[in-house]
Design a protein around this ligand. Sequence first.
Ligand code: PMP
Length: 389
Amino acid sequence: MKGRKLLMIPGPIEFTPEVLRAMGMATTSHVAPNFIEVFGQALERLRQVFLCPSGQPFVIAGSGTLAMDIAAANLIEPGDNALVVNTGYFSDRFAAILERYGAAVTQVRAPAVGDAPALEEVEAALKEHRPKLMTITHVDTSTAVGADVKGLAALGREYGALVVVDGVCAVAGEEMRQEQWDIDLALTASQKAIGVPPGLALLVAGPRAMDAFRKRKTPVGNYYADWTKWLPIMEGYEARQPRYFGTPPVNLIWALGVSLGQILDEGMDARFARHQRLSKALKAAVTALGLRQVPVAPDKTATTLTAPYYPDGVDRTVLGHIKEAGVILAGGLHPAIKAQYFRIGHMGVVSASDILATVGAIEKGLSQVGYEFEAGVGLAAAQAVLIRQ
Ligand code: PMP
């Protein structure tokens, strides 16, 4: 499409034509047989995408923050201990939500912006506080820090905590094997690597999380989020029966069914590998252009997102020039460094040509603000990775 910009932010992302067509279909009744079939199938597919065959999926109208709210509302009772492995802005948000439901929250913080807490520190906090629940932000979208979810989840389980993963910027992009990695609840939102316009909160709760919910002594302190209301709806649709609690967003769920089908057609392993390859190419380009990244080390860096600092003498006005060159990027988000960096999202249907177009636009933008570098050095670095792998 001529004149159209490439959207390379950490959500919403680019969506496939098939997904967008589903959004434009004539809306039917939420109890129409063709809708019941799609909803039921989407729930089944969600289990496959989260790699959690024994999980209970929930698809509820709302954004990722609602998914976090639902997790906290249903799993926390007033006075419960909770531990937040804090890697940035969205970990702070999870702590605030948990506190809202009466949890006593302990936070293990990263030593610096762009870093992640060491496993030993997390273990010490688990030992001391014995939390009922522990949260991990898989990719902190404010810093592009990727957490060691597998290692942290194993640690959390060792100390009996329910392990909750905020996978909003990760699920279906970063490698995450919910059941194999012993994660009790993983959540995301539709507009990121799941590839559907904003509006769906998506959760998969494993058997221990559902058990903790069933054993609650106090009612869930949020009417809309209460699994007591939603579980029969999800079970009903999966059994291909009409059910009603709150009107489901029919077109978004059609689009979800399409996107999950496309994700599973690619295959989860192939999808993880593609995201890794493209991320490596973009990060190589950024480094070749002389830009440092917010994550302090490659093993602390997300796959779905890259967060470069502006080079000396450059500020966010470069983003306008990059947009002029055809690619929309995001500014900084973490309050401590907001004006010093920008963010490039690369998840979902992103391709090698999108990466090259993005690097080309970044080079153009940087040259227009007077930053000196050898033209094409970023493109060559990205292409070297793309050709090799
Ligand atoms: N957690 C993470 C890691 C996120 O990146 C975001 C959104 N950027 C959220 C939670 C909140 O999601 P939403 O904006 O859809 O409410």
